[in-house]
Design a binder for this molecule. Structure first.
Ligand code: SAM
Length: 224
């Protein structure tokens, strides 16, 4: 397992949110990067690759900044339907010396930017209906190049206590206005095996709980 980035690197990312009005974004950034195991897990999956990355539902671009601090040098495109988050990501890039990062606004249900290589989807599938999840996964699979990976972090629907806690957390995020969308449908493991396996990708699913109470899993689908 790749070690998490040292505090110095995490602070370098958080300090890109320096404006007074963005103080909450700075606090959020450092807390999230310190506590969430997903950034180190994705970095480990991409280690050694030179393919571009498309980050779908990128939020304020934390994964892109984390990858740059980890030495990942290929182009990274972040895509999110919340214009405030994209504006924040763009202003962080403008204050940084990271090159090759682009952020754009758009709804993943209506198409994706042109970017072939790896693709990443972290924590957004629950906002989609089953039909939208199936369509998105099929479309994204076509963006994965030979040697590329589609890396997903999602809560899997099952009958565990962890699943119920995750649902409560997502509703809290909606009620506090942190998330624009309400959770609609949590995917099952079978969805990934059927849709991504059917698109010719080799699929592996593993728990990614870290120190959280959530039912998060990492799904890695690789094109040979
Ligand atoms: C829980 S946040 C995860 C942010 C980011 N992936 C991360 O891990 O730091 C989910 C993100 O998905 C975005 N999102 C939700 N539905 C979307 C859609 N249909 N198209 C694009 N982005 C979407 C939200 O705006 C939000 O930024």
């Amino acid at each position: 397992m790749t070690a998490p980035l040292p505090s110095k690197s995490l602070w370098r990312i958080a300090c890109l949110c320096t404006l007074r009005s963005r103080r909450w974004e700075r606090c959020y950034t450092i807390m999230k990067l310190r506590s969430d195991p997903v950034y180190a897990a994705v970095t480990q999956e991409l280690a050694g690759s030179t393919l571009p990355v498309l980050d779908i539902g990128c939020g304020i671009g934390l994964l892109a900044f984390y990858l740059r601090e980890s030495g990942y040098a290929a182009p990274i495109v972040g895509f999110d339907y919340d214009p405030k988050k994209i504006a924040c990501a763009q202003s962080m890039v403008a204050r940084s010396d990271y090159g090759g990062l682009g952020f754009m606004t758009g709804d993943a249900r209506q198409g994706l930017p042109e970017c072939n290589g790896h693709a990443v989807i972290l924590d957004i599938l629950q906002f989609f209906t089953l039909a939208e999840q199936t369509a998105l996964l099929s479309t994204v699979a076509a963006h994965v190049s030979p040697g590329g990976k589609l890396i997903i972090r999602t809560c899997l629907r099952d009958d565990s206590r962890r699943f119920r806690i995750t649902v409560a957390g997502d509703w809290l995020a909606k009620l506090t206005f942190w998330m624009k969308g309400s959770p609609v449908c949590y995917p099952t493991r079978e969805l990934f095996e059927t849709v991504l396996g059917g698109a010719g990708l080799k699929v592996r699913v593993q728990p990614l709980w870290g120190g959280t109470p959530f039912n998060n899993h990492l799904i890695v689908a690789e094109r040979a």
